[in-house]
Design a protein around this ligand. Structure first.
Ligand SMILES: Cc1cc2nc3c(=O)[nH]c(=O)nc-3n(C[C@H](O)[C@H](O)[C@H](O)COP(=O)(O)O)c2cc1C
Length: 364
């Protein structure tokens, strides 16, 4: 069986799937539930010098009626509503009783973090993640933390900055980069009332979940190409394949927020098992074997030279690819158990290959 334990920045994790700052990591109890759910390591909700005054309502699904964890939400949750003193006295020690590595998240100004970081270090956290969430001042915050604590420091970036530039400027002062925070501002309107769905200023919220993943993946690849320090990826991870993509793009681990909100704390163990199975099925011994594997291909142009072809051993005739072929090149014959691809009609757009849930389609 593949070894899915990971080590970076002097920290050890039993698998590469971590909690993320958010409602599913809002206190010691939820962090312990994540530990029981099979998480590899803990990242706690962001704390600051004063508790957040969180608007209500503060979460809205991007689409109604969908089920499963591969969805998105908008949120206006801000940082922890609990006073930092409560985290220092109770919540961190409860989380630490799991025996897992704990990364505490904090924000937002150099003065704020310099004030609370030494106390968090004393409370036993193994590392810090600072969140700037569109506030900026990354390097000043990193420097303030460097002068305040000895434990590893991770900088969490938002997708609207030039992540490669910012990561590069931070590299001398931090032990790793985390990317990305939510994207926004965004908006949802309740069409029954005509009002925004969130109770924040102008009803604005920040997007997370499935829709964020391609943005996050591009950010991680950008950062990995310019920075040598470890990277933790976060944004739309809801299954093992998502996590593998991020590891291939250069991440050392992933954090999961929205999928944990939507599915509950067993999500972490499920994703970790899926990573292990994928590594086993593909003949890899450890996460290290695939880490950063896609980067060498990113600078070269991928070209689809042949029409799509199908492997009938893998095809289940589910019907998804003919439906998604806008050129009408794919037809299915259920009676003959055949999937036919018309090479003349196939425009080599590649969509069917990415749509197939069974990896039955490929091309040269
Ligand atoms: C409701 C909610 C609250 C969040 N709170 C925080 C926070 O306190 N600090 C932080 O750095 N990120 C926070 N995030 C961002 C997540 O940690 C994560 O970066 C983002 O949601 C993308 O990951 P996901 O697609 O797995 O949710 C929050 C996200 C959500 C959805």
């Amino acid at each position: 069986m593949a070894d899915i334990g990971v080590e970076f920045a002097g920290l050890s994790f039993r698998n590469p799937v971590l909690t993320a700052a958010g409602p599913a990591a809002r206190d010691g109890k939820t962090l312990l539930e994540a530990a029981e759910g099979g998480v590899g390591g803990l990242v706690a909700k962001t704390v600051s010098v004063r508790p957040a005054d969180v608007p209500k309502p503060n979460m809205a699904a991007i689409q109604k009626g969908r089920v499963g964890s591969r969805r998105g939400i908008l949120n206006a949750e801000l940082w922890s509503e609990l006073p930092v003193e409560q985290w220092l006295e109770r919540e961190y020690s409860l989380a630490l009783s799991s025996g897992l590595t704990l990364i505490a998240s904090l924000g937002y100004t150099p003065e704020d973090v310099a004030q609370i970081a030494p106390k968090i270090e004393k409370a036993g956290a193994h590392a810090l993640e600072f969140s700037t969430h569109y506030v900026g001042g990354h390097v000043e915050i990193a420097k303030a933390l460097r002068e305040s604590v000895d434990i590893p420091i991770f900088a969490k970036l938002s997708p609207k900055v030039d992540v490669a530039d910012v990561a590069k400027s931070l590299e001398p002062y931090v032990d790793g980069i985390v990317g990305i925070n939510t994207y926004g501002p965004c908006l949802r309107i309740n069409i029954e009332t005509g009002r925004p769905m969130l109770g924040s200023e102008a009803g604005e919220g920040w997007m997370s979940g499935a829709a964020l993943k391609p943005i996050a993946l591009r950010c991680i690849a950008d950062i990995a190409q310019v920075v040598k320090k470890p990277i933790i990826a976060v944004g739309g991870v809801s299954d093992g394949d998502d996590a593998i993509e991020f590891l291939m793009a250069g991440a050392s681990a992933v954090e999961v927020c929205t999928a944990a909100v939507l599915e509950g704390p067993t999500v972490y163990g499920r994703i970790a098992k899926q990573i292990e199975k994928w590594l086993d099925d593909h003949g890899y011994d450890s996460v290290d074997d695939i880490q950063g594997m896609a980067l060498k291909h990113i600078s070269k142009k991928v070209e689809m030279r042949s029409a799509s072809r199908v492997d009938m051993e893998k095809c289940t005739l589910c019907g998804l690819c003919p439906k998604s072929c806008v050129y009408g090149a794919i037809t299915m014959n259920r009676e003959e158990e055949e999937l036919l691809i018309d090479e003349e009609r196939c425009e080599r757009c590649g969509l069917c290959i990415s749509v197939c849930p069974h990896d039955a389609l490929s091309a040269d």
